[in-house]
Design a binder for this molecule. Structure first.
Ligand SMILES: Cc1cc2nc3c(=O)[nH]c(=O)nc-3n(C[C@H](O)[C@H](O)[C@H](O)COP(=O)(O)OP(=O)(O)OC[C@H]3O[C@@H](n4cnc5c(N)ncnc54)[C@H](O)[C@@H]3O)c2cc1C
Length: 466
């Protein structure tokens, strides 16, 4: 017997598919469904679309506070931007960049940075070993689960300690882990890192020494693409509609929000697994799926943008790019608008630093960031006009940045995209390629839409088939 109690006066809606979450994954899934003639409805908890692709404004200019970079590999994103008539602009990277490790700056321009010989050798050796183990793991997945279990006992941090105890090597890999996973090496399963290397094709892509290199941005912010997508979907889109509970039986699935219920043949949950875990399910999710949702931990980051009258660093032949182990920010880069003469630097505070600085007053965070900026960019960094910021771990409907798995979770990973009855799972975290990125979010949206279209089609319920 159902234990869900709802207001008998609540409004009831019917559709073929209900999609939960209007981040890029849910938007893409809904758009694909509508284009195939499927009656789909999209429910979003926040008062805006875009989820983790979100911009803030300062002095009339938009700046990304979540996703920003589009990698050269992001083919589906580039295709989508083209379809929606949105142009990309290259990340500014002319001039001198730096990586600061243990109090020393390694400067570089057009080529990858060159570290002290022991660090240089360590980097190459560790990357080669990661690529080798990742390929081996792919074979082992087919042959036996034993090796996976063995590796899964380790955190990435513990494995790194075995490879090199040199402080500069440790600091370098901590920084590179921050940039990709937005977490500490000690928090992440080593098997998960190897799995991600498969999803990103090579360890050099994940642990890139020049992460800004060849990246593009959307002038005016990533939100432009999600808002353009949302325009295609209205009136199917319902914002301010948090799904609090889901109920499914043999014939249908229902999503319950405040004062309204949405009944459909299939549901796509397009939220990170950790956020999906907050929904009440009836019947309860199978224990393995529930355990999986709880195990995909969200990374920690505060993204701040400091705004200036003009990009003064460019006049000093600096690119605006800095990676630094002395914090607060692990990575800093130029995000100046393309449509005005103003300058802006994005500063991303990550992992343990994010937890520490999240607990400090805004004025202290600002002061510490400005001190960090003056260290590399000089005293002109003191003349900021303002700062906008977002602490992603305080965002109820995101609960952090991107999902990763802790040690001991490898046994659950394979089921991340497996439907539970009428519920299908999207979100970037469920992608097989480029998971955790915007590209992964699109892949997952396309995949789940195709899954549901396949189900409707085989039941003879697709309008284009009739
Ligand atoms: C600081 C930061 C920097 C990043 N940088 C990059 C980058 O440079 N390049 C890149 O490719 N990726 C980057 N990413 C990752 C990228 O933002 C995500 O992979 C992508 O946006 C995820 O999209 P999604 O649709 O899967 O999930 P989300 O964007 O999280 O969308 C989920 C949606 O579901 C909604 N929701 C949650 N719960 C409910 C509920 N119960 N009912 C209804 N709605 C609900 C949420 O409000 C949200 O809108 C970054 C992320 C962060 C946070």
């Amino acid at each position: 017997m159902s234990t869900l109690q709802f207001d008998p006066n609540q409004l009831g809606y019917n559709a073929d598919v209900v999609v939960i979450g209007a981040g890029i994954s849910g938007l893409v899934a809904t758009w694909r469904l509508l284009r195939e003639g499927v009656d789909a409805v999209l429910l979003e908890a926040r008062d805006r679309v875009g989820g983790r692709a979100n911009s803030g404004t300062f002095n009339g200019e938009s700046y990304d506070l979540g996703a920003r970079w589009i990698s050269p590999h992001a083919k589906q994103f580039r295709q989508l931007a083209h379809e929606l008539g949105i142009q990309l602009t290259p990340q500014y990277s002319q001039g001198e960049s730096a990586i600061r490790l243990n109090g020393r700056s390694v400067r570089f321009r057009n080529r990858a940075p060159w570290f002290a010989p022991n660090v240089q050798l360590d980097y190459r050796r560790i990357i080669a070993k990661l690529n080798h183990l990742s390929r081996q793991l792919q074979l082992q997945t087919v042959k036996s689960a034993l090796a996976i279990k063995n590796y899964d006992q380790f955190s990435f941090g513990a494995w790194l300690q075995q490879q090199s105890s040199a402080p500069a090597t440790q600091s370098l890999f901590r920084l590179l882990t921050h940039v990709h996973f937005m977490a500490e090496p000690s928090e992440i399963s080593f098997v998960y890192v190897l799995d991600q290397i498969q999803a990103y094709q090579r360890a050099e892509v994940i642990f890139s020494l020049r992460p800004a290199h060849e990246q593009d941005r959307i002038p005016g912010g990533m939100q432009r693409i999600t808002e353009r997508l949302a325009q295609q979907l209205r009136p199917q889109l319902n914002v301010d509609t948090p799904v609090l509970a889901m109920r499914q039986d043999e014939e249908s699935v229902s999503a319950y929000s405040r004062g309204a219920s949405f009944r459909a043949r299939y549901a796509i949950i397009a939220t990170p697994p950790a956020v999906a875990a907050q929904i009440y399910y009836e019947p309860a999710l199978p224990s393995n799926r529930d355990a999986l949702n709880q195990r995909v931990i969200m990374g920690r980051a505060i993204q701040a943008v400091l705004c200036y009258d003009y990009p003064f660093w460019r006049e000093n032949q600096k690119s605006g790019f800095l990676m630094s182990d002395d914090g607060p920010a692990s990575i800093i880069h130029d995000v100046s608008p393309t449509t005005s003469s103003e300058g802006a630097l994005a500063c991303v505070i990550i992992g343990d630093n994010a937890s520490h600085w999240s607990a400090q007053p805004r004025s202290e965070r600002l002061r510490a960031l400005v001190t960090q900026l003056t260290g590399w960019f000089g005293n002109e960094a003191l003349a900021y006009r303002g700062m906008i910021e977002r602490d992603w771990n305080n965002e109820r409907w995101s609960r952090g940045t991107v999902g990763y798995m802790p040690p001991g979770s490898a046994g659950f990973v394979h089921a991340i995209g497996t439907p539970v009855g009428r519920i299908h799972w999207a979100s970037s975290e469920t992608a097989t390629q480029w998971s955790g990125s915007i590209e992964g979010a699109i892949e997952a949206g396309e995949r789940t839409a195709a899954e549901v279209i396949g189900q409707l089609s085989s039941a003879g319920l697709l309008r284009r088939d009739t």
